[in-house]
Design a protein around this ligand. Structure first.
Ligand SMILES: C[S@@+](CC[C@H](N)C(=O)[O-])C[C@H]1O[C@@H](n2cnc3c(N)ncnc32)[C@H](O)[C@@H]1O
Length: 600
């Protein structure tokens, strides 16, 4: 008998495993490692081969007694084998109903590694949902892979039927070399482009040979960003990595320049939701937006303003028969949205508290005056703001009332801030010297019965809501709202953080918007794919370019159109408009656009 030590070291199961990994071993070699040693007359490899041959069909159901029938196998070896089988079965049972999430090329490879043994060429498609969970694994073709034989229809027709959000393709090279050939590269480019047009992006194309695999994704991606297909919440696709030119889309732009009257002024000693300076607010465009909704969306029952800012757009649709969903990820906006759209309290009862806060006697410095006195505010106003905010914290335990009082303070602050309407900087000459005065909000609380108000990342919230009309008004450029309104966040949260720099900003790293970054388009794509609604209105302004580049739009018309056209029919409406801006970069002659999409 040949003893195991007579086999050259490189061919022994354990050495093979160490050098090439478990996938390179045969079943009998794997069993040999579990058994560890042979029996009289059979080395461990011969013994394993014998067991695998004898029970090949029903290996997973063998019993201890079956194994004891093999001469030389005692109870210890039989228990070793059955325990290994039971352990695998147990894990399999526990996991079989769980979602199979494909995070990276290794996960995809684990589902398709058996292609390495095939003698013919296969093309396999993994269809994934929006969370990268496997919906289906399918064979697309068997036989030579050829671009003339593979039609994108064979891949993308099932993808649309399965409602797949993305796909991964896996192909094998029986030759043993996993490096992509020129033919592979041409096929990949063609399929990736088709995926982009169909709105089902190709995340990866993997080539498997006997013991190796090659991932286009891994080889194209900047490895500093990790191995996973999704990083920082963004799904990168081969289309982005291959930098293929996008197809060009056309849509007619309809100009609307009808005049729209503005609302009545607030009653004395009250304030309205729009009485505040806010970058990108749509107060003066409400008529334009409403006209499109009236013309395109029949008898709506719900309206979602998912980047609500001041909330004026949602408020325009706040009627007893319409459920308004209003959301903004800034806390300072959330408290105001709650106050105006999410409260059932009659605010007249709050007038007394506002009167009390206005009459607080303040002489001492506090957190707010120490940091913001003689900068954004006169010292007296800063002391008063700090004292009022502290008092609200002390006297008010009912959250709904507290929101209204903080909202009243935020609006009062805006009236006495020595700024051009945001807190990136304060003006040199302190000329806002009138004393701060809180007013009572003019809230139509009777309409608020069904409304929902959230403080969520829009891309998370979108997965949890349904609505008739989804109104999307994201930031257009690289200016982060958390930078512009850090001071109001500070007041609203009242955690008294340390502040830095001339502009006295607190840490805002947790409230950065993806829509201000380079990959805004991926965030938008994700938002639209997950939108459960009948109509989409997107406000987006691509028409102005600034010298410093900070005001330039993050998404091109073509990108927007491509994403919306995958969801339904699209029309563009445009209106000449001079936005409230920082005063520097947005010149005259800008136009404001609404992309309207009737969802299929
Ligand atoms: C252009 S403004 C909206 C203006 C609003 N329509 C109005 O009339 O006041 C964009 C808003 O989106 C919010 N925002 C930015 N990124 C967000 C995100 N990922 N999720 C939720 N809100 C976000 C900002 O705080 C900002 O208030």
């Amino acid at each position: 008998m040949q003893k195991i030590k007579d086999i050259p070291k490189v061919d022994r199961p354990r050495e093979l495993f160490i050098q090439k990994g478990a996938d390179a071993l045969s079943k009998s070699d794997l069993l040999a490692i579990i058994l560890g040693s042979g029996i009289k007359g059979k080395n461990v490899r011969q013994l394993s081969e014998h067991i695998i041959r004898r029970f090949s069909k029903n290996f997973l159901t063998i019993t201890v007694d079956d194994l004891l029938e093999i001469s030389g196998i005692g109870q210890a070896k039989a228990l070793q084998i059955i325990s290994a089988i039971s352990l695998v079965k147990r894990f399999y049972e526990e996991n079989k109903d769980r979602d199979v999430v494909i995070r990276n090329s290794n996960d995809a490879f684990a589902l398709t590694y058996d292609l390495g043994d095939k003698k013919k060429e296969y093309l396999i498609c993994l269809y994934l949902n929006a969370r990268n969970v496997l919906i289906k694994k399918d064979i697309v073709s068997v036989g030579l892979l050829d671009k003339t034989l593979i039609h994108p229809r064979e891949i993308f027709y099932p993808a649309t039927k399965l409602n797949a959000s993305s796909i991964i393709l896996v192909h094998n090279h029986p030759s043993g070399n996993s490096i992509p050939s020129e033919k592979d590269q041409r096929i990949v480019a063609r399929i990736v482009q088709a995926g982009e047009i169909m709105g089902v992006p190709v995340i990866d194309f993997i080539i498997i040979s006997e013991n190796k695999h090659y991932s286009f994704y891994l080889n194209l991606k900047d490895s500093d960003n990790g191995l996973d297909y999704v990083s920082d919440g963004i799904q990168t696709t081969l289309f982005d990595l291959l930098e293929i030119d996008k197809p060009l889309y056309n849509a007619n732009i309809q100009k609307i320049n009808r005049p729209y009257p503005l609302f009545l002024k607030a009653r004395a000693d009250t304030f309205q939701l729009h009485n505040r300076r806010y970058l990108g607010n749509k107060y003066k465009l409400l008529g334009f937006i409403e006209d499109i909704v009236i013309e395109k969306c029949n008898s709506i029952k719900s309206f979602c303003d998912i980047f609500a800012g001041t909330g004026v757009v949602g408020e325009r649709f706040n009627k007893p028969e319409i459920r308004v969903i209003s959301n903004d990820f800034l806390y300072s906006n959330y408290v105001c949205l709650r106050a105006f759209l999410g409260t059932s309290i009659n605010v007249r009862d709050i007038a007394e508290k506002i009167h009390y806060l206005n009459n607080l006697q303040v002489e001492q410095d506090n957190y707010f005056s120490e940091h913001f006195g003689n900068t954004y505010f006169s010292l007296e106003n800063a002391r008063k703001i700090g004292a009022i905010r502290e008092e609200i914290e002390k006297i008010e335990k009912i959250e709904e009332v507290k929101n209204i009082l903080i909202c009243s303070l935020i609006y009062a602050i805006d009236k006495v801030a020595n700024t051009v309407g945001h807190y990136d900087a304060f003006r040199k000459d302190l000329d806002m010297l009138q004393p701060i005065k809180l007013l009572v909000p003019d809230i139509d609380y009777l309409n608020n019965g069904n409304n929902e108000v959230y403080k969520e990342n829009a891309n998370i919230l979108i997965r949890q809501i349904t609505c008739d009309v989804l109104y999307i008004d994201p930031p257009y450029n690289s200016r982060q709202y958390s930078d512009a309104y850090h001071l109001l966040e500070n007041v609203a949260q009242w955690k008294k953080p340390t502040v830095e720099g001339v502009a006295k900003k607190m840490d805002r790293s947790h409230i950065k918007s993806l829509y201000c970054l380079k990959n805004a388009i991926q965030a938008f794509d994700d938002l639209i794919k997950n939108a459960n609604c009948k109509h989409i209105l997107l406000s987006y302004n691509n028409t102005g370019d600034s010298k410093d580049g900070r005001s330039n739009a993050r998404m091109s018309d073509n990108d927007i159109l491509q994403i919306l056209l995958n969801k339904g029919e699209v029309e563009i409406f445009e209106r000449d408009y001079k936005a409230f801006s920082t005063g520097k970069s947005n010149g005259d002659g800008n136009a404001e656009r609404i992309f309207y999409c009737k969802v299929n």
